[in-house]
Design a protein around this ligand. Sequence first.
Ligand SMILES: [Zn+2]
Length: 371
Amino acid sequence: MSESLPGGVVRTDMAMNDGRTIRYYDKVDKGSAARIAVDKRPVEAPAGIGELRLDPLVNEWIAVASHRQHRSFLPPKELCPICPTTSDVLTEIPDSAFSVVVFDNKNPSLNAAPAGWVLPELNGPATTTPAGVGKCEVVVFTDKHDSSLKELSEDQIALVVAAWRDRTKEISKLPNIVQIFPFENRGVEVGVTIPHPHGQIYAYSYLTPRTERMLAVAQAHKTKTGRVLMDDIVSREINDKVRIVAENAHWVAYVPFASRYPYEIHVAPKKRVPDFAELNDEQAAALPSITKEVLSRLDGVYGIPMPYMASWHQAPVALGRDLLGLHLQITSVRRTPDKLKYLAGSESGVGAFVMDMAPEQSAEQLKAVKL
Ligand SMILES: [Zn+2]
C-alpha cells in the first residue's frame, strides 16, 4: 500500500513477520514503487505488553516492561538488525536498500490497548495498575551503517522530517494516545545499543512529567500576561542574540538562558506550531539545514563525536495546543574531551541542576566552530 505525502515523498507499508508494520519513505523519483520485499524470517508471535505503575510520591507513571530484557545489545556490524537485508542476514528491514524506514518496535515499552482499557484515576498507593498502553516505533535515518544524522544530505534529512510529520499525524489519530515524542540518542555514553543512525518515537497514553509541568507553567503565564510563553522565550533569545548559535528564515537555534547541560541547544520555529503535524511545507523545508548545522557545531567543539540526546517536544494530541510549541532540545553529557557530566545527587535526587559553565560561554564555543 502506497500513499503520497507532501514534498514529493511516497510512503509504502509492508507487513513484518510478527504482524508489525514497516513503512518506507522515498522520494517519488527514486523507484518508490519497488518496495515489495517480503520479510522471510520465520513467523513470530507478537510482542507482549507491560504495565504502568504509579509512583504515588509524585504521581508519575513508570512503564514496567520486563519482557524487553532480550534486546540486541551492541551487536557486531555484520549482525546489525537495522541494516538492509542481505543474502546472509535477514534483518528488520527486508529490502536490500532503503532511504528512510519507520517500523513498530520489536520490544516496545508501550503497546496497543487491550479492549476496554482506560487510564485509572490517581489514588495514591491504591491506584490500579493498567497495561502499558502506547506505541513505540523505530525511525532508521539511512541504510548506511557508519554514518550519523549530521552527515546525511539535506535531501535525506528532509525524508526523516517527512517521516516525523507523517508519524505524528497518523499516531495522533490512534485511540488512547495523549502525547507523541520523537527522539534520538547517540553514543554509547547515553545508552545506545545499536550504533546504526536511528531515532525512536514513543507515543504515551498519559501526559509525561516534563510536558505536564510545561503545560501548567504555560497556562499560568497565559493567565498572568495574556501571552504564549513559548513566543516570549523565543523573542527573548532573538533579542538577547548572544546565545543564538544558528538561524535561518524559519528556525532559530540557541543555548537556552538557563541551560542544564554544558552543551544544550534548543531549535524552535520562529512561528510557533504545536507539533510536526502542523508544520507547514516551508518550515519543514528549512529544518534539514539547521539540524545539520547545529549537530555539526556540537561535534566541532572538541572535534570528536558528541554523545547527545535529541528530544522533539510537541504539544499533547488534544490538550494545550495553543499554549505549547514544537521545539528540539539537544543535550550532551560531555563537558570536556575526556569528562562526562553525570546526573548526580542534586540532579538525580531532587531534580536541581547545577551548571559549571555559563550558557553564553557554551554558545560562544558553538558559534566559533568552523564548518
Ligand atoms: Zn546497520
